[in-house]
Design a protein around this ligand. Sequence first.
Ligand code: CDP
Length: 247
Amino acid sequence: MMGKPEGLKLIDENGYRLDGRKKYELRKIKMEVGVLKSADGSAYVEWGKNKIMAAVYGPREIHPKHLQKPDRAILRVRYNMAPFSVEERKKPGPDRRSVEISKVIRGALEPAVILELFPRTSIDIFIEVLQADAGTRVAGITAASLALADAGIPMKDLVAACAAGKIDGEIALDLNKEEDNYGEADVPVAIMPIKNDITLLQMDGYLTKEEFLEAVKLAIKGAKAVYQKQREALREKYLKIVEEVGE
Ligand code: CDP
C-alpha cells in the first residue's frame, strides 16, 4: 500500500482491471499435489504470477525434546521468500514480515489439524515462495493445506484462503502486486468451509466498516472457489494413482 502515481487507473471505464480481470474475478490458479519425492506431503500452487511450493514433514519426533507436548502434536510453519522471488532481490533468511506471516499461517492451519492424535510429535510445514505477486500468504495457506492432506494427516477440513481489497475506491477480489501497491486496502481471509469457520482475517490499509464487511464476504466467496479447486487437485492425484495401478 503506497501512494498511487498521478493518473494511474486500476479499473478502466469498462470495469476492467490492468490484467484484464473484472472486479470479482480470481486470477488463474493451478494446483498440483504430491510433487516432492522426499517430503511426506507436498503441493505446488501457481496463483496468477505467484509460484509457491509447500512441503510437510511429520508427524515425527521433535527435536529439541523439551518442545514435545504430552497430549498432542505441535505444528510449526516456516514461510520463506526466495531471494529471486521479488523484483528487488530479497536478503535471504527470516525478516520481520516472514516471521509474522509464518505465525498467522500457523494460526490459520492449526484449527484444521487433529493434533491430539499424535502426542510428542511435530508436524513441520515449509512454504517456499519462488515468485511473488501479492497474496502469497493466502496462496501459501492453500498450498500448505493441500500438502497436509497429501501427507495423510487427519484434518477436520481443508483450509482455503483468498484476499479481497479496495482499488480505485471499489472493492475487488484477489489483488495482484500492482493493485496491492497502489490500492487502498487488502483483506486476506482463510476459511474451513464445512463449519463456516474463519481461521485468518487481516486488514492492511483503510476501509469503512461497510467496505470491510463487503471485502470479507467477497474474500470468503473467493476462498470457496479456491476450496473447490483444492478438492479437484486432490481427486486428480488419486485418479492418477488408480490409473497407474490399472497399467
Ligand atoms: O504476499 P502477501 O500479500 O500475503 O503479503 P504482503 O506483505 O502484503 O506483500 C505483498 C507483496 O509485496 C508480496 O506478495 C510481494 O509480491 C511483494 N513484496 C516484495 O516485493 N518484497 C518484499 N520484501 C516483500 C513483499
